[in-house]
Design a protein around this ligand. Structure first.
Ligand SMILES: C[C@](O)(CO)[C@H](O)COP(=O)(O)OP(=O)(O)OC[C@H]1O[C@@H](n2ccc(N)nc2=O)[C@H](O)[C@@H]1O
Ligand SMILES: Nc1ncnc2c1ncn2[C@@H]1O[C@H](COP(=O)(O)OP(=O)(O)OP(=O)(O)O)[C@@H](O)[C@H]1O
Length: 317
């Protein structure tokens, strides 16, 4: 009897979510230039889509990008999806021959980890395309080498992140939370925001005391709100240690936060390193109302409504 091996797929399509940090507590900068974090990530249903196609031997990696803000994404080896394909190939001892196509659905340089989602999606797509079949945990350790937010884009849902933000523990949640994001055309550099944080705090923010004991005492209320599916309690508990740094680089975001509060948002904060501002709404209907107010007041270059939690990187049919 002969067994015919299935041919490798000609292409694989994977999507991975953007995120908002419900709480982001930052400790003092370490010798390696990174800050220890205690953060609670939530994945939201704004997705990056990555299609990986077979390329001839020796072709190497190529990349094409479409979607909103695609013109701001590098098309060379500095693209995180490209680096992900190379890192996986290097890990398994293959040549990285693949054509990657990215469709951006997460703001670029917006503090929502769009590039990280591309990297996570590229890892899953190339793993399927090259039939390397690595367990998720092994993909997770390659992900951590690519960027602090990449492991969470693989995992999705809601999770507590410690270390550089790459050590993850899933968190229990109930129901769906409705989010509105005020997106700015001009992004903010993550290292620049951490640098301003250092200037403003000298010694770390509220995360300083949590570095040795990430017991999350400050976030007990937030975790309870997630478990209860209570958006009012969640809104009251949102927290971002990087917010003052982002506001000091972009003072006009203060008004974006104010407008959302006036529109009845249950909570508002800068998303990660910014400049995107997140508002938590009571319902889908209320999210649309907050979005309309932001637009009417000219408080954002574009406004995106969505919900969380959303699943991590997964292959599409
Ligand atoms: C702000 C967050 O989005 C919150 O989730 C992340 O901490 C940023 O994660 P990321 O963009 O994946 O960041 P990386 O690519 O790992 O690092 C970019 C730069 O951000 C700074 N960085 C990042 C993560 C961290 N825990 N401490 C840092 O100081 C460092 O200057 C680093 O050189
Ligand atoms: N695939 C990618 N998509 C978008 N930007 C990328 C990508 N690869 C590299 N970059 C570069 O990285 C910068 C930050 O991109 P990204 O959209 O990931 O920012 P971010 O959402 O603020 O990240 P984070 O929230 O993880 O700090 C961009 O300005 C761009 O130059």
């Amino acid at each position: 009897m002969t067994h015919l091996a299935a041919a490798p797929p000609p292409s694989v399509r994977v999507r991975a979510p953007g995120k908002v940090n419900l709480s982001l507590r930052v400790g003092p900068v370490q010798d390696d230039g990174y800050h220890p974090l205690v953060t609670i990530f939530q994945a939201v249903a704004l997705y990056e889509e990555v299609t990986a196609r077979q390329a001839p031997g020796g072709a190497g990696v190529s990349i094409a990008v479409d979607g909103p803000q695609a013109d701001r994404v590098p098309l060379d080896g500095s693209n995180l999806a490209w680096r992900a394909a190379e890192a996986l190939a290097d890990h398994v001892g293959l040549e990285p021959d693949v054509a990657l196509h990215l469709t951006k659905g997460v703001p670029v340089a917006g503090g929502m980890a769009g590039g990280s989602a591309d990297a996570a999606a590229a890892l899953v797509a190339c793993d399927a395309l090259w039939e390397t079949g690595l367990p998720r945990a092994e993909l997770g350790s390659i992900a951590a080498g690519l960027g602090s937010d990449v492991p969470f884009a693989l995992l999705g849902h809601t999770a507590v992140g410690t270390g550089r933000g790459h050590l993850l523990t899933p968190a229990m949640t109930r129901g769906e939370f409705h989010w509105v994001f005020a997106v700015q055309d001009e992004g903010l550099s993550t290292p620049a925001v951490f640098g301003r944080f250092d200037e403003l705090t000298a010694g770390g923010g509220s995360g300083a005391a949590l570095v040795d004991d990430p017991g999350l005492a400050e976030d007990t209320g937030l975790m309870q709100a997630l478990r209860a599916g209570d958006p009012h309690a969640l809104g009251a508990a949102l927290h971002n240690d990087l917010q003052d740094a982002a506001l000091s680089l972009r003072p006009e975001l203060e008004r974006t936060l104010d407008v959302a509060r006036e529109a009845g948002a249950l909570g508002t904060l800068v998303s990660g390193s910014g400049p995107t501002v997140a508002a938590l709404a009571r319902s889908r209907q209320h999210a649309l109302a907050v979005a309309a107010t932001w637009t009417a007041e000219g408080a954002a270059d574009s406004v995106w409504c969505t919900s969380g939690p959303a699943s991590g990187a997964r292959t599409l049919p």
